[in-house]
Design a protein around this ligand. Structure first.
Ligand code: NAD
Ligand code: DAU
Length: 346
């Protein structure tokens, strides 16, 4: 990727900001144009260490704004586009679905149109295993599993995937899709399960576990997701979908207990124990189990995750303890309203 210009959308968010750092740590001769609207889910502090880095240009803007997007393409002539920008939280999509369709579907279409006109070499749509719907107790999602989304969030992501594949078939656009399982790591907004657990341990607040806590997710350290995306950008075949997973299935209740144990170990006097666990009403349309078969990206592109769950989780907890200021700064009025709306009805 040396010598290239990459347009990264959503590069201030959780995975996007980790990805931008991942790139800049590895490539000295690279230009990253970072287009992000800075929604509620973002703290610009995620990128503050890059303020003086000439390889990184931050642009605040909306991926649905075609005129602005065209201007960006004309000015910077990106070789590749990586689309992370999205509304990303399932519970919010149940409360307010409209913005999910706008950003996730219309935004992807806008970028696909501009990328086609400006003839980029690669367009990578960052997608999710949630497009496949829910698994029973057995089996894994492969790239051939039919799309069967359950939430407005996953339906909007599936819509974007279908558009991207249609651009490849109809116009020959060099589109690649990655479908990844649940990420965890630094800079994750505390509306998702793992930072909610960590934050509530720190605040001594109840940890809300939906339903019976036996839903299963396949957890992947965010740094491994970033390396998978780089691998697909470099070696992936246009028109192909690549599943990305951590081989790390865990029930939600086991995850909660594990993090409580780690937190209690780090802060023995803080009164952190399982009495914080609070079972609450289930999420509507809650997918029971996700598990990824990542054998295609392993055999075709030679990618496998390298961060063990123990190491990744210890690093995540330690980062959260060392960055209490970051955690506190994302707790806005909007966040508190959302927290109240989502949890008070349960
Ligand atoms: P996030 O919510 O932390 O970040 C999304 C970013 O997109 C934010 O910086 C936000 O400001 C930006 N954005 C939203 N609307 C925009 C718009 N209209 N124009 C420009 N920017 C806009 O989400 P995340 O967890 O980092 O997820 C990033 C991508 O990865 C998403 O596409 C998501 O669907 C996908 N994904 C996430 C996970 C996960 O576990 N978090 C797993 C698989 C796939
Ligand atoms: O699988 C990939 C997806 O993972 C991404 O596409 C999404 O962007 C990302 O948000 C994530 O979706 P999930 O819905 O799986 O993640 P979340 O952290 O919201 O929830 C994980 C599990 O924990 C899920 O079964 C719901 C449950 N949960 C979640 C929260 C926030 C709880 O039990 N309590 C909670 O408070």
């Amino acid at each position: 990727m040396e010598g290239m210009t990459l347009l990264v959308t959503g590069g201030a968010g959780f995975i996007g900001s980790n990805f931008v750092h991942h790139l800049l740590e590895r490539y000295s001769d690279i230009a990253v144009i970072d287009l992000d609207m800075l929604t509620y889910a973002v703290n610009l502090a995620n990128l503050s260490d890059l303020e003086a880095d000439p390889r990184h240009t931050f642009v605040r803007g909306d991926i649905c704004d075609r005129k602005m997007v065209d201007r960006l393409f004309q000015e910077h002539r990106p070789d590749m586009v990586i689309n992370f920008a999205a509304e990303s939280h399932v519970d919010r999509s149940i409360l307010e679905p409209d913005v999910f369709v706008r950003t996730n579907v219309l935004g992807a279409q806008c970028l696909l149109g501009a990328a086609r006109e400006h003839e980029v070499e690669r367009f990578l749509q960052v997608s999710t295993d949630e497009v496949y719907g829910s698994l029973g107790p057995e089996g894994l999602f492969t790239e051939d599993t039919p799309i069967d989304p359950s939430s407005p969030y996953s339906a909007s992501k599936a819509g974007a995937d279908l558009l991207a594949l249609a651009y490849n078939r109809t116009f020959g656009s060099p589109v690649l899709i990655t479908r990844c399982s649940n990420n965890y790591g630094p800079y994750q907004f505390p509306e998702k399960l793992i930072p909610v657990i960590i934050m509530n341990c720190l605040e001594g607040r109840p940890i809300p576990v939906y339903g019976d806590g036996m839903n299963v997710r396949d957890w992947l350290y965010v740094g491994d997701h970033c390396s998978a995306i780089c691998r697909v950008l470099k070696r992936g075949r246009p028109g192909e979908v690549y599943n990305v997973g951590g081989n790390n299935e865990c029930t939600n209740i086991d995850m909660v207990r594990t993090i409580i144990r780690i937190m209690a170990d780090r802060l023995p006097d803080a009164g952190i124990d399982e009495s914080l666990i609070s079972f609450v009403a289930d999420r509507k349309g809650h997918d029971r189990r996700y598990a990824i078969d990542a054998s295609k990206i392993a055999s075709d592109l030679g990618w496998e995750p390298t961060t063990s769950f123990e190491r990744g989780m210890a690093e995540t907890v330690d980062w959260s303890l060392e960055n209490r200021g970051w955690m506190d700064s994302v707790i806005s009025k909007d966040y508190l309203n959302y927290y109240d709306r989502n949890y008070s009805q349960r």
